[in-house]
Design a protein around this ligand. Structure first.
Ligand code: PMP
Length: 367
């Protein structure tokens, strides 16, 4: 018996506002075809693996010392990458990184949210936004999307004017639905927001549209653009997320971040991975084409596919009205997709061409 196994969660003096809540829980199952957490299906190229191994070996020799608390070398490399990617000249002072963009978002909520403050997001969207709000005791207000899951910018402006959130989340491309918000719409929504506007661009490399980084020059007093190396960069296991914002936003996050939150190993590995950005990102085009191939094939099979600008697709028109039963049928066939809790819909991550073929084979068989 595990020591303490008799102690129930209900026996603990847990905060009342956390009682009855569920943790984030994408199932981690060993299956032949895992298409459920929007990772890049291609493993890092051998040259990147070697460079990470060399860099972390060198960092290992310094592990008796704390790492660079302000991770300046990494922020410099991220600024260079983002400047090239967006055409907006960014300095290291505009960048900030943490262990996944989840930690970046948590730090934003710690600094700009908290008790007595309100965060607003357009649902369905990334399920961690309300969970992070709960953890920081920030009140969460869900606002709707259109029935087709796109964002109605005019309605969003009205909701934001009315609710006056301290923190506004706009996810573009949106997870789990896939659509992007146009920059002029984003600017209009940001203009209506009295507080911080967090644009979550975790999947932006897969879309052909511009980045909200372009709005920093005009909206730097409120705009924060959050990004991650978990998706396009094929670095989910490395845990590196980052943001671009005015330097004052970074000053604010320094008030809440844990000292030395990014280990020397993480900083070294991320720097090495960034040196290979061209190779890793070269596969983004392949994934976008595969996404469009899956969308067309699913549509031909009779499914209702939501248009996507990301590396995943939300689709309905399932053979069983019960999405969970369909999810289970895929799993029984060795394919793990995601039941995101939207009635009648499932989400599939774009995999390798072979994985996608298998997914499509199973999808056809289920009809
Ligand atoms: N934002 C969105 C919209 C996401 O979908 C995810 C990952 N599922 C994240 C942020 C967080 O990713 P990470 O912490 O790996 O950067």
């Amino acid at each position: 018996d595990v020591v303490g196994a008799g102690v129930e969660l209900a026996d603990l003096p847990l905060r009342d506002d956390l009682r009855g809540r569920s943790p984030y829980g994408a199932p981690q199952l060993q299956v032949p075809v895992a298409l459920n957490t929007n990772e890049n299906p291609f493993p890092p190229p051998p040259a990147l693996v070697d460079d990470v191994a060399t860099a972390t070996r060198e960092a290992a020799a310094t592990l008796h010392r704390y790492p660079d608390r302000d991770h300046v070398a990494l922020r410099t490399a991220l600024a260079e990458y983002l400047t090239t990617a967006t055409g907006v000249a960014l300095a290291p002072e505009n960048l900030w990184a943490a262990n996944g963009s989840n930690e970046v978002l948590q730090q934003l909520l710690q600094a700009f949210g908290g008790p007595g403050r309100l965060a607003l997001g357009f649902e369905p969207s990334y399920s961690m936004h309300p969970i992070l709000a709960a953890g920081t005791r920030t009140e969460w207000l869900p606002a709707p999307r259109r029935d087709d899951f796109s964002l109605d910018a005019a309605a969003a402006v009205d909701v934001v004017r009315e609710a006056r959130p301290d923190i506004l989340f706009v996810t573009t491309p949106n997870n789990p639905t896939g659509q992007s918000v146009e920059l002029d719409e984003l600017a209009a929504i940001a203009d209506a927001a009295p507080g911080i506007v967090v644009v979550d661009e975790a999947y932006v490399e897969f879309s052909s549209g511009p980045s909200a980084v372009e709005l920093l020059a005009t909206h730097g007093h409120k705009l924060v653009v959050s990004r991650t190396m978990s998706k396009a960069f094929a670095f989910a296991g490395g845990r590196l997320g980052y943001l671009a914002a005015a330097p004052a936003v970074v000053d604010a996050l320094m008030l809440v971040r844990l000292p030395y939150h990014l280990s020397a190993l993480t900083q070294a590995a991320a720097l090495a991975a960034l040196r290979h950005a061209d190779e890793t990102l070269a596969l983004v085009g392949t994934l976008s084409r595969e996404r469009d191939r899956i969308a067309a094939a699913l549509t031909d099979q009779g499914y209702a596919v939501v248009p996507s600008t990301a590396n995943f697709l939300l689709y309905g028109g399932l053979p069983h009205a019960d999405a969970h039963a369909t999810w289970q049928a895929y799993l029984d066939a060795g394919v793990l997709v995601r039941d995101v809790g939207i009635p009648g819909h499932l989400r599939v991550t774009v995999g390798t061409p072979e994985e996608n073929d298998r997914f499509l084979e199973v999808s056809a068989a289920l009809r």
